[in-house]
Ligand binder design. Structure first.
Ligand SMILES: *Cc1c(COP(=O)(O)O)cnc(C)c1O
Length: 429
C-alpha cells in the first residue's frame, strides 16, 4: 500500500498547520506514520488521496450513523444552499429541529443549538452553575467533554494519547473547581459528595465512556449518580455527544432507563456538520439568556444547512427503528468475531461493546475505568493499527478510541474485518 501523496501533503501541511492537522486525533503521530489524507467516502468505505480504499471504523468519530455521503440525508441540500446559508435571524427549521430533539429525549423540555460538543458541555455547565449558584463540578477520569478549560482534566483519548493529562494553558484557579472521580466507582463519588456535595453544581458523565477506548457505565453506577444528584440538588448532565441517537433513538434514557436533568448532544445530530446542543428541564433552561441572566450565544448556531442535514439524519433514524437492531446485531457480530480470534490465538485481550461501539483493548480485562484502560500494551496496539491499515481496515490511530459502526457496514465488511483482525493479531505473536 502506497501513501506517497498523503506523505507529500503532510509535508506541506505541517508548514502551515500545527502538526499538519486541525484536531490532534487526525495525526497518526501515535502510531508512528504520517496521517492519511482523505479524498472521498461512500457508505462504509473511505478512499485516501493515493487511491487506497479502507473499510472505515472512524466514521468521522461517530456522526455518520448511516455511513458516508448518504443520499437520503443530503437530498434537497442544494435548495437549502441556494436559499441562503446563514441569516443571523431565527428560521423555521431551528424550531423543527428543537422539537424533534425534545420529543426524542423525554428528560428535557427545551434545547439550545450550538456549534460543537465542546460548546455544548461548556454551556451546559455554565447554565448548571447559574441555576444552582454553586461553583464546583464533578467529572470522571477518562471521560472527555470537549476542550474547554475546566473540563480538560484527566480527559481521555487525545489527551492520554498525547500525554497531557491536564493541559498547560489551563489556570489552576479554573480547574480547582473541577472534581474528578473514578469512573464506575460509587464509593469514590459518595466520599466526594460527603465532602463537597453542597458546592457541586453539576455531575457530568459519559454514560458509556467513549474516550478511553470503550468503557460502558454500569447501570448501578449511573443509578447512583441519579440518586446522589437528587439528594444534593445537583444537576446531573449526560454528555451524549457520542451516545446520543446512537445507543437508541432515545439515547441513554432508552439504554439505561435513567433520566438526567440536562443533556449534551453533538456529532450525530449534525450528521457531519459542526453542531452541538444542550437541553434541560424548563426551569433550568429558563436561566439562559435572553429569558434569564446566564449568557450563551453563537453567530452561526442553528444555521440552516447544519439543521437540514442533522434533521434528515434524525428523521431517518426515527422512522426506521430497525436500524438500531441492525447496528446492535452488527456490533455483536464484530465483538464475537474478534473474541473468537483471540481465543483461537490464545490471547487474553479484552473486547468491550455497547451497541454499535466496539473496542479491542490490548490488556487482560475487565476494563471498567481509566486505570484499567491505561494498562494496555500501546506498542502492540500501534503495530496492530498498521497491520489493519495494510489490510484495508481503518480504525482509530489510538488504543483509546472506539470503533464506530454505521448502518452502511455490511456483513461482508464485518467478515472481512474479522479476518483481517485474525491475520493482524497472528502477525503480532
Ligand atoms: C467529541 C466529544 C465532545 C466534543 O465535541 P466536539 O464537537 O469535538 O467539540 C464532547 N463530549 C464527548 C463525549 C465527545 O465524544
Amino acid at each position: 500500500m502506497n501513501h506517497k501523496k498523503s506523505e507529500e501533503l503532510y509535508k506541506e501541511a505541517v508548514k502551515y498547520i500545527p502538526g499538519g492537522v486541525n484536531s490532534p486525533v487526525r495525526s497518526f503521530n501515535s502510531v508512528g506514520i504520517s496521517p492519511i489524507f482523505a479524498k472521498k467516502a461512500h457508505g462504509s468505505k473511505i478512499t485516501d488521496v493515493d487511491g487506497n480504499e479502507y473499510i472505515d471504523y472512524i466514521c468521522s468519530w461517530g456522526p455518520l450513523m448511516l455511513g458516508h455521503s448518504n443520499e437520503e440525508i443530503s437530498k434537497g441540500m442544494e435548495e437549502v444552499v441556494s436559499n441562503g446559508i446563514s441569516f443571523g435571524l431565527a428560521t423555521e427549521i431551528e424550531v423543527e429541529m428543537a422539537k424533534m430533539i425534545v420529543e426524542a429525549y423525554p428528560a428535557i423540555d427545551q434545547v439550545r443549538m450550538v456549534n460543537s460538543g465542546t460548546e455544548a458541555t461548556m454551556s451546559a455547565l455554565r447554565v448548571a452553575r447559574g441555576y444552582t449558584g454553586r461553583n464546583k463540578i464533578l467529572k470522571f477520569e477518562g471521560c472527555y467533554h470537549g476542550h474547554s478549560d475546566g473540563l480538560l482534566v484527566k480527559s481521555g483519548s487525545g489527551t492520554i494519547t498525547f500525554g497531557v493529562p491536564t493541559s498547560p494553558g489551563v489556570p489552576t484557579d479554573i480547574v480547582k473547581n473541577t472534581l474528578v472521580c473514578r469512573y464506575n466507582d460509587i464509593e469514590d463519588v459518595k466520599r466526594t459528595f460527603e465532602e463537597h456535595g453542597q458546592d457541586i453544581a453539576a455531575v457530568i458523565v459519559e454514560t458509556v465512556g467513549g474516550n478511553m477506548g470503550l468503557v460502558p457505565g454500569k447501570k448501578e453506577f449511573i443509578e447512583f449518580l441519579r440518586q446522589v444528584c437528587d439528594e444534593y440538588k445537583t444537576v446531573l448532565i449526560f454528555d451524549e455527544v457520542i451516545t446520543g441517537f446512537r445507543l437508541a433513538y432515545d439515547s441513554s434514557i432508552g439504554y439505561f432507563g435513567i433520566k438526567p436533568d440536562m443533556v449534551c448532544f453533538g456529532k450525530i445530530i449534525g450528521s457531519g456538520m459542526p453542531v452541538g446542543a444542550y437541553g434541560g428541564k424548563k426551569e433550568i433552561m429558563q436561566v439562559v439568556s435572553p429569558v434569564g441572566p446566564v449568557y450563551q450565544a453563537g453567530t452561526l448556531s442553528g444555521n440552516p444547512l447544519a439543521m437540514y442535514l442533522g434533521k434528515r439524519n434524525l428523521e431517518v433514524l426515527r422512522d426506521n427503528p430497525q436500524i438500531y437492531k441492525e447496528l446492535d446485531r452488527k456490533g455483536a457480530m464484530l465483538e464475537e468475531g474478534i473474541k473468537n480470534n483471540l481465543k483461537e490465538l490464545g490471547l487474553n485481550y479484552t473486547v468491550n461493546r455497547a451497541g454499535s461501539l466496539v473496542c479491542l483493548f490490548f490488556t487482560e480485562g475487565p476494563v471498567q475505568n481509566y486505570d484499567d484502560a491505561i494498562k494496555c500494551d500501546i506498542e502492540k496496539y500501534n503495530l496492530y493499527f498498521k497491520e489493519m491499515l495494510e489490510r484495508g481496515v481503518l480504525i482509530g490511530p489510538s488504543q483509546f478510541e472506539a470503533m464506530f459502526l454505521s448502518n452502511a457496514h455490511s456483513d461482508e465488511d464485518i467478515e472481512f474485518t474479522i479476518k483481517a483482525n485474525y491475520e493482524a493479531l497472528k502477525n503480532l505473536l
